[in-house]
Design a binder for this molecule. Structure first.
Ligand code: AMP
Length: 187
């Protein structure tokens, strides 16, 4: 199964992706993790993106699209992809469609974790203490949320007609969300 986890920052995409990776013996594609790794390595890409990430802005579509290309077409990962934080724009969604088609794959399930702004702010403030992410401070959280609303909302419309699109109340407890996800995966 190829699954997209969709939702605002702090919706719990990372937590549920890890659950799905274990359950389905699949591979997580977290563009946030991939980008943070580039920064840690001080790679050329890392140097280009560091300011955008710290400012709560989205990284350029071409850069992100390029970074996931090999992972999507890797035969070992075929039909075992869990997308966490990708696609986040219409251009990325269209790119993913064609990448999957080229490797004879499709999206099987889109899980939209819907969470209100206040819950997100509270959750990210907690995460800041645990993970110490540089983009988790309160002013950046608001920017990231606004960017999500502006750029990622159209992606929601792009997918919501899809029969595999499932909305879940992301403000529920982790176990409760997992239980709902379980009802959508037939294993
Ligand atoms: P995340 O870990 O998914 O919350 O992502 C952290 C940050 O990485 C985001 O606020 C963006 O700056 C950047 N990022 C992650 N995924 C993407 C993406 N698909 N497109 C553009 N920027 C991204």
């Amino acid at each position: 199964m190829n699954i997209i986890l969709f939702g605002p920052p702090g919706a719990g995409k990372g937590t549920q992706s890890k659950y799905l990776v274990n359950k389905l013996n699949a591979f997580q594609i977290s563009t946030g993790d991939i980008l943070r790794e580039e920064i840690k390595k001080h790679s050329d890409i890392g140097k280009i993106i560091v300011n955008d990430i710290n400012d709560g802005k989205f990284v350029n579509d071409e850069i992100v699209n390029k970074l996931i290309e090999k992972l999507v077409s890797d035969p070992q990962k075929k039909n075992k992809l869990i997308f966490d934080g990708y696609p986040r724009s219409l251009r990325q969604a269209k790119n993913l469609d064609s990448l999957l088609k080229n490797s004879d794959q499709k999206i099987d399930l889109i899980l939209f974790l819907n969470v209100d702004k206040d819950t997100i702010i509270k959750r990210i403030e907690k995460r800041k203490i645990i993970e110490n992410r540089s983009d988790d401070d309160s002013s950046t959280i608001l920017k990231r949320y606004d960017t999500y609303m502006k750029t990622t909302q159209p992606v929601l419309n792009f997918y919501s007609e899809n029969p595999y699109f499932k909305e879940i109340d992301g403000s529920l407890e982790i176990e409760e969300i997992t239980r709902k996800i379980d009802t959508f995966i037939n294993v």
